[in-house]
Design a protein around this ligand. Structure first.
Ligand SMILES: Nc1ncnc2c1ncn2[C@@H]1O[C@H](COP(=O)(O)OP(=O)(O)O)[C@@H](O)[C@H]1O
Ligand SMILES: O=P(O)(O)OC[C@H]1O[C@](O)(COP(=O)(O)O)[C@@H](O)[C@@H]1O
Ligand SMILES: [Mg+2]
Length: 446
């Protein structure tokens, strides 16, 4: 999928400059393209829970810095609009007709986000019309819808998956916007990954082109850590816990047998670290060393790793969304390790391969992710009610913000394998780096 922003998109960015090289990458607002929109006092001011909170409303100029480590004379840099309830809203609760859609692969917490959007709209703003779109983007024009209220969604956060269903492919912008227009929907909540946010950006552009009073809000999810700007996706902590269960099992197996390797595959379409098997500094040499020293070892591999080393048969195949289809690097690596030690080294080994990938992403979210999902959902609701649109609700340096779609979709997040975090990981797990200083371009230290 194309991942770079077009010059047209860039020219539509709302950039506000301030003293000290302060930059606000602002989000679009309905009033940018619809003149004289009426505003209403936020109903939260009369809400028994919120009316007693001092300074509940977010100041109109509050923003959150993208970079928190700065130098004395350095620029203040890029900021995003702080999320939260505004004093004025651009929708009357009775006029709101919201819809929610979930797209792409599963991630723990999808149901919690759906629940909290519904409950947030109902309980904070008194909105009563919320529609669930069945089965991802194509559900807008090819499937049924379901009416959502707090009763329907009450216990869904205890379940994995998404009660709305999800899919890949089928993003037809004009059919989707026709359906939004025909149904009289005026707030669209779109939960999904990098592909989904690209689709959401197109929906927003089309809505703006048609001059519709419809807010489009994204809630980012990723099990692959491929969405830029945000600190982490909801579901991440849950996924780490579940992955750890598989890694622990691999460790128990490996420790219990002689010369045993526990191999675990985890999701992650793209792997930033190269590796090679044979020769000095290769994985085989390293495995042999560890087996001789410790008698066992655990290898965790990302599904996207080493794809270039596997056969070329599937290299150009894609799924319905245009994502590259991956070959099973776990099975491949298991076989290569077994062959190497039995045929070339004549050394008996045990290998236990665990593939927990779908188990990890299909479980319900844990307590900390549920809190995170709730805040993301409530932030999205506050933003849409305040008339913001074309934004993703996201955590930046621990603060909830509104990030313009074009910023979220302009590039894919990558793990930097030349930074301190990766060096810490290598040293804590005592694993080899397949990079040498000569492979690395000189860069400015932070
Ligand atoms: N560049 C794009 N433009 C429009 N829609 C897209 C784009 N990329 C993906 N989509 C749509 O977004 C949905 C989810 O995308 P996918 O890549 O499968 O998952 P994810 O959003 O989790 O990355 C699919 O319905 C797909 O058609
Ligand atoms: O088999 P499926 O359903 O296409 O899912 C597999 C892919 O989905 C993911 O879990 C998530 O990818 P998306 O965020 O693009 O949905 C990937 O890690 C994995 O490669
Ligand atoms: Mg994706």
């Amino acid at each position: 999928m194309a991942s770079s922003a077009s010059s047209d998109e860039i020219s539509k960015r709302k950039i506000v400059n301030g003293p000290g090289d302060y930059v606000l990458e602002d989000v679009p607002h309905l009033s940018d393209y619809i003149p004289d929109l009426p505003t209403y006092p936020n109903p939260l001011q009369d809400h028994p829970a919120y009316s007693v909170v001092k300074q509940y409303f977010v100041h109109v100029d509050d923003s959150v810095p993208q970079k928190v480590v700065v130098h004395k004379d350095g620029p203040r840099g890029i900021h995003f609009r702080r999320a939260g309830a505004r004093q004025k809203v651009y929708f009357q609760p009775d006029d709101v007709h919201a819809c929610i859609v979930t797209c792409g692969g599963l991630c723990p917490g999808l149901n919690t986000v759906v629940r909290e959007i519904v409950c947030g709209l109902y309980h904070m703003y008194g909105v009563k019309k919320v529609l669930g779109i069945d089965g991802g983007y194509m559900g807008f024009y090819a499937k049924n819808t379901v009416c959502l209220d707090p009763k329907v969604v009450n216990v869904i956060h205890k379940r994995g998956g998404t009660i709305l269903g999800t899919s890949r492919g089928g993003h037809d912008t004009s059919k989707i916007v026709d359906s939004i227009q025909d149904r009289g929907i005026n707030q669209v909540y779109i939960i999904g990954g990098d592909g989904t946010q690209r689709g959401a950006a197109l929906i927003f552009e089309e809505i703006r082109r048609r001059g519709l009073k419809v807010s489009v809000a994204g809630i980012p999810k990723t099990i692959d850590n491929d969405i830029p700007v945000i600190d982490k996706s909801f579901g991440f902590d849950t996924a780490v816990e579940e992955a750890q269960r598989a890694i622990n099992a691999a460790h128990v197996e490996a420790e219990s047998f002689e010369n045993c390797i526990g191999l675990v595959k985890v999701m992650g379409r793209y792997s930033e670290s190269p590796f090679y098997l044979e020769g000095p500094g290769g994985l085989f040499e390293y495995i042999e060393k560890r087996l001789k020293e410790d008698g066992h070892m655990v290898v965790v591999i990302a599904e996207g790793a080493g794809q270039e080393l596997l056969s070329e048969s599937m290299q150009s195949m894609t799924d319905a969304s245009g994502n590259k289809l991956l070959q099973d690097v776990g099975l491949w690596l298991s076989q290569r390790i077994k062959d190497y030690f039995s045929k070339e080294r004549k050394m008996p080994i045990n290998l236990k391969y665990i593939d927990p990938t779908y188990m990890i992403r299909a479980i319900p979210s844990n307590a900390s992710d549920n809190v995170y999902c709730t805040l993301l959902a409530q932030s999205a609701v506050h933003g849409a009610m305040a008339g913001y649109t074309g934004f993703t609700s996201g955590l930046v340096n621990g603060r909830h913000t509104y990030i313009p779609f074009n910023r979220i979709i302009e590039k894919q997040n990558k793990v930097v394998i030349t930074d301190r975090m990766w060096a810490r990981l290598l040293s804590s797990t005592n694993q080899p780096s397949f990079l040498s200083a000569k492979d690395v371009e000189p860069s400015t230290p932070l």
